[in-house]
Design a protein around this ligand. Structure first.
Ligand code: PEP
Length: 236
């Protein structure tokens, strides 16, 4: 079954998030769709959502702590309040805009894996590395596994080339296949593709050998589009 994840980034409010989750849940129930669906709202929009077990609400980020003095961050005390046990780690926007180092990311991974969280772990190369070819691209991606337990049982991976995130430029099916088959031969975990996945290309991408689903930002924020994405992948 396809795994389809929506990353809200810094979009939607409490009200629109709650409507979105409700609509997705309704769609999955009434159409008997058994895809594994993840929604990552902003942390201010977390709530006790009533969803079927295959619809999971996770967080885009949290600090490696239960509680404490980490201004602007949240920890497991806040996540527990909403029964959240799914987290995105290593997203390129956190690595490159928010400046998270591989060391900090590995520390976060260790903390949340110790607690049994489902982790969607993101890797991906910048354009200048992609332009150096597949070997350099893989080398760069493998360096993003430093300090990461790739055998962790609740791990889902996401390959998200940075040059394809939020740009409208999707990697070609060939690019995706090359990287996914290399990663799959080393790490036996579900592997999502992310980077300008849209209603029109999600099926082709998710049908590729070595692609277990998609992590989607921009194209997932409009409820009708996200439902269409689920519809286009429901039998994969
Ligand atoms: C993402 O945020 O993980 C992502 C893939 O974004 P977009 O779909 O907008 O490229």
């Amino acid at each position: 079954m396809a795994i389809i994840a929506s990353n809200f980034k810094t979009n939607h409010t409490r009200k629109t998030t709650s409507y979105f989750v409700e609509e997705v849940n309704k769609y999955l129930v009434s159409n008997n769709v058994s895809s594994d669906v993840y929604i990552f709202p902003t942390s201010t929009s977390l709530d006790k959502f009533e969803t079927i077990p295959t619809l999971n609400i996770g967080v885009q980020n949290a600090y490696a702590t239960q509680k404490g003095s980490f201004t602007g961050e949240i920890g497991t005390e806040q996540l527990d309040e909403f029964d959240v046990n799914t987290i995105l780690i290593g997203h390129s926007e956190r690595r490159h805009i928010l400046g998270e180092s591989q060391e900090e990311i590995a520390k976060k991974f260790a903390f949340y894996s110790e607690l049994g969280y489902k982790i969607i772990y993101c890797v991906g190369e910048p354009l200048e590395v992609k332009e150096e070819g597949l070997e350099k691209t893989l080398e760069y991606i493998y360096s993003q596994f430093e300090g990461i337990d790739i055998n962790y049982e609740n791990l889902i991976l996401a390959y998200e080339p940075i040059w394809a995130i939020g740009t409208g430029v999707t990697a070609t099916l060939e690019d995706i296949t090359d990287v996914h088959s290399a990663l799959k031969s080393k790490i036996e975990k579900p592997l999502l593709y992310g980077g300008s996945v849209k209603v029109d290309n999600v099926r082709d991408i998710c049908s590729l050998h070595g692609v277990d689903g998609a992590l989607i930002g921009t194209a997932s924020w409009i409820i009708e589009d996200f439902i269409q994405i689920l519809e286009n992948t429901k039998d994969l």
